[in-house]
Design a protein around this ligand. Structure first.
Ligand code: CTP
Ligand code: MG
Length: 177
C-alpha cells in the first residue's frame, strides 16, 4: 500500500507542470484565437475559438512557474528533478497536444466544446510526453517509468473530470468535461 501511494505522489509531481498548464489555459483563455478565425479547406475552423493565445501563453507560463518552484524544492522533499527544458516541454507540450486534438476534432466535424471521451482527457498528457521525449528522451525514460506511465493514464481522467466539474460550477467552463 505505501508503495502505491509513493507512485501516485511521484506521478502527480512529475506531471504537475502539465497538470497546471491545462486548467490555467482555461482561466486565462479568451481573445484572439490561435487560428485567427481562419478556416481549413474543409470549410471548418482550423482549431476553433476554444484555442486562444491568452490560454496558450497563460497556461504555459503558469506550468513553467510551478516547475521552477518544484526545481527549487530542497532535495529531501523533492520527488524527482526537473530541468528547465523539461518543465517547458511538459507545460507547452500539454497545450500543444490540446491544440493538435482540436485540429483533428474539427476535421472530424466536432464543434468546439463537443465531448470526446478519453481523447479530451489525455490529449495534453500525450502532448507533454511527446514533446518532452523529443527534447530529452533520457530524462523522460528515467522518470516516466512503465508504472508511472500507467498510473498517469489512470489518474489523469479522474483528476481531469474533477477539475472540469469544479470549473463548470465556478462558471469557467461551458461544459463539465
Ligand atoms: N482555452 C484557451 N486556449 C487554449 C486552451 C483552452 O483559451 N489554448 C480556453 C478556451 O476558453 C476553451 C476552454 O479553455 O473554451 C476549455 O478548453 P478545451 O476544453 O480544451 O476547449 P474546447 O472549448 O472544449 O474546444 P475543443 O472542442 O477544441 O476542445
Ligand atoms: Mg473541451
Amino acid at each position: 500500500m505505501p508503495e502505491i501511494f509513493a507512485i501516485l505522489i511521484t506521478a502527480v509531481w512529475l506531471m504537475l507542470p502539465a497538470y497546471i498548464a491545462n486548467p490555467t489555459a482555461v482561466v486565462f483563455g479568451g481573445g484572439t484565437p490561435v487560428d485567427f478565425g481562419k478556416k481549413w479547406r474543409d470549410g471548418r475552423r482550423i482549431l476553433g475559438d476554444g484555442k486562444t493565445f491568452r490560454g496558450l501563453i497563460g497556461g504555459t507560463t503558469c506550468g513553467i512557474i510551478v516547475g521552477l518552484i518544484q526545481m527549487n524544492v530542497p532535495s529531501q522533499w523533492s520527488l524527482g528533478s526537473f530541468t528547465l527544458t523539461t518543465i517547458i516541454t511538459l507545460s507547452f507540450g500539454a497545450l500543444l497536444g490540446d491544440m493538435v486534438k482540436s485540429f483533428f476534432k474539427r476535421r472530424a466535424g466536432f464543434e468546439r466544446g463537443a465531448e470526446l471521451p478519453v481523447i479530451d482527457q489525455l490529449d495534453f498528457v500525450a502532448g507533454a510526453w511527446v514533446l518532452t521525449y523529443i527534447f530529452d528522451p533520457q530524462w523522460f525514460s528515467e522518470n516516466f517509468t512503465f508504472r508511472i506511465i500507467i498510473t498517469v493514464l489512470i489518474l489523469t481522467p479522474i483528476l481531469h473530470r474533477l477539475t472540469n466539474i469544479i470549473g463548470f460550477y465556478i462558471k469557467l467552463k461551458k461544459e463539465p468535461w
